[in-house]
Design a protein around this ligand. Structure first.
Ligand code: SF4
Length: 126
């Protein structure tokens, strides 16, 4: 039986001896477009480009507000700041209050997840 198998790129290409020379779909095979080192370099470049682009995009949003974009398929995208609630407590005030609380409620010490926090409170108490 003579069957005609089609080449299909995928993870298996990483160990294929035809990857760099002889792959029948070399022109479109993404695994053969770059060496592993070039992939790493490209990944690093993408990270830096994404970071730089996000920084510029944030500056633009500060100046212009939300930014909207509609692609050729009429999909709409937008970039805007989303408020995120953050709570900060001044260390000096919070440490004293927590120390007093745990001194009078020793059964609550279990709520302290981080050992370092417990050690800090213990040191303050001494
Ligand atoms: S490198 Fe080409 S021939 Fe080799 S497994 Fe991938 S697609 Fe198939």
């Amino acid at each position: 039986m003579d069957r005609d198998f089609k080449a299909s790129p995928g993870r298996h290409c990483t160990w294929c001896p035809l990857l760099l020379k002889g792959c029948p779909v070399a022109d479109t095979n993404p695994y053969g477009q770059m060496t592993a080192e070039e992939r790493l370099r490209f990944a690093l470049w993408l990270q830096k480009a994404e970071k730089q682009n996000t920084r510029v995009l944030k500056d633009l949003m500060v100046e212009r507000g939300a930014i909207h974009y509609r692609d050729g398929n009429q999909e709409e995208y937008s970039a805007d700041f989303v408020p995120v609630e953050k709570r900060f407590y001044p260390y000096r005030s919070a440490a004293g209050i927590l120390d007093e609380w745990f001194r009078t409620h020793s059964e609550e010490r279990g709520v302290l997840v981080k050992k370092d926090s417990l050690q800090i409170l213990t040191e303050i108490a001494e």
